[in-house]
Design a protein around this ligand. Structure first.
Ligand code: CA
Length: 235
């Protein structure tokens, strides 16, 4: 039997959970519903799902608290989390990303959009499993040989810039806040200022030359690596 990707839906409203479940099932996923944090934790203690859809507003522990805890735990930290939120404003989006969510979707949402986002996190997750070649547009990075090339020409990067680029490329087309990048690229060095990220992004852009414009500044939120800028014919 084909492996159906399991999606853990953490949502206290049965009607919404049911709607999502039906759509997931029709699209070849295996939905599992947890109506509160205890049930969700019990599910995760059993078998890890492929993706977690996490409602922000839950009775008891909030989705934000759960996202932080699951990200901090070695067993659950690599499971992609999509936050479902009624809160669409920027501060909340940043809080969700900082808590470790891979993406977020604001209620009300179309199930089509939700499915697209689930597929996207599953795709994005894949490159991390093989340490080899990552490609975004004409930009390629080979983690095994430590080589970065753009349109066949080789680029020289410092170790931090290389690590930063590797992270951005394996999580392309999505926005990362500065503190999220600090967490993922610099790890536990909590005393590094967020401004440090800006410094390294600047160096990375310079090192990438024409490909530097693939790294976009998203005002008030952070940075995103995208193939779009290059496709627009600016290079
Ligand atoms: Ca809710």
């Amino acid at each position: 039997m084909r492996h159906l990707p399991a999606v853990l839906i953490v949502e206290d409203e049965p009607a919404i959970a049911e709607l999502i479940s039906v759509n997931l099932r029709h699209s070849g996923f295996r939905p599992i519903w947890a109506m509160d944090s205890d049930t969700a934790q019990a599910e995760l203690d059993g078998v890890l799902p492929d993706v977690i859809l996490l409602d922000w507003m839950l009775p008891g522990e909030s989705g934000l608290t759960l996202a932080k805890r699951w990200r901090a735990h070695p067993r659950t930290k690599t499971v992609p989390i999509i936050m479902i939120t009624a809160r669409g404003d920027e501060v909340d989006r940043v809080a969700g990303l900082d808590a470790g969510a891979d993406d977020y979707i604001a209620k009300p949402f179309s199930t089509k959009e939700l499915l697209a986002r689930i597929r996207a996190v599953l795709r994005r997750r894949a490159p991390e499993h093989d340490a080899g070649l990552v490609t975004v547009g004409d930009l390629s990075l080979d983690a095994a040989t430590y080589r970065v090339t753009f349109q066949e020409s080789s680029l020289k990067l410092g170790p931090t810039e290389f690590k930063l680029l590797h992270y951005l490329m394996t999580h392309a087309e999505r926005v990362h806040s500065r503190s999220q990048l600090l967490d993922k690229v610099w790890g536990d060095h909590v005393f590094i200022e967020e401004r440090t990220v800006d410094v390294h992004v600047k160096r990375l852009r310079e090192a990438l030359r024409e490909a530097g414009q693939m790294i976009e500044t998203v005002r008030g939120v952070g940075y995103r690596l995208t193939a779009q800028a290059v496709r627009a014919g600016q290079v």
